[in-house]
Design a protein around this ligand. Structure first.
Ligand code: HEC
Length: 192
């Protein structure tokens, strides 16, 4: 029986895959070694939730009605649509309820999935009003700490940087709309 040898191209391919595999393995072992020595968690969770009775019901409805096919909340679901962890720190219960019932009227931009049929999440607005209220309550109870990716405000102490960036890059229309987000110099009345 003749021994089959690999073609040069195959050798290169296997060597490259092998190198990636070995590197990934070393990285994983190193990461786990460092992590097992740490006293504090490597990544602190900056989102939290305290659910009321209605909120708990809403959370069940959220899963039953397949919202998790497009959204993530409480670490469940996908990243396909908007992540709803921390939603309650950005939106009020009333806004959320109004959006669920009448998405196109309360959304600033054009909606993709929520709205009238044949949009994929059109069924959401047709759910019983009480269910939508409880889901909105649930979402309003998902909070994000200041500084988390889900929070509106930048981390404590870095507001200065955010303001300087806004000063450098934001269009004039935005500056006129949000005067409170500007540097004190900009806010001061012009000298005459
Ligand atoms: C087919 C995918 C899909 C499904 C299913 C879906 N959503 Fe959405 N959702 C989206 C998309 C995309 C947006 C952004 C608005 C838009 O374009 O429709 C959104 C936006 C939202 C927002 C507004 C978030 C914000 O802060 O602007 C809420 C609240 C929401 N969805 C809740 C739900 C709930 C509750 C359900 C289940 C009853 C659900 N969604 C099912 C895709 C989906």
């Amino acid at each position: 029986m003749s021994k089959k040898s690999l073609k040069p191209g195959e050798k290169i391919l296997f060597a490259v895959f092998g190198a990636f595999f070995v590197l990934a393995l070393i990285g994983f072992v190193a990461l786990e070694a460092v992590r097992s020595q740490m006293d504090e968690p490597m990544f602190t969770s900056r989102t939290s939730f305290t659910l009321s009775a209605e909120g708990r019901r809403g959370s069940e409805l959220f899963r039953k009605n397949n919202c998790t096919a497009c959204h993530r909340a409480m670490r469940n679901g996908t990243n396909h649509g908007i992540i709803l962890d921390g939603a309650g720190s950005r939106r009020s219960q009333a806004w959320l309820e109004a959006f669920l019932k009448n998405p196109e009227a309360s959304y600033a931009g054009v909606t993709i999935d929520h709205g009238l049929p044949p949009k994929e999440a059109a069924y959401v607005a047709q759910l019983p009003a009480q269910d939508l209220r409880d889901i909105a309550t649930f979402l309003s109870e998902l909070k994000a700490e200041q500084g988390s990716a889900m929070a509106q405000k930048p981390p404590e102490g870095s507001e200065g940087l955010a303001r300087r960036l806004a000063h450098a890059w934001a269009p004039q229309a935005w500056k006129d709309k949000y005067p409170e987000r500007q540097t004190p110099q900009e806010q001061a009345p012009p000298h005459e």
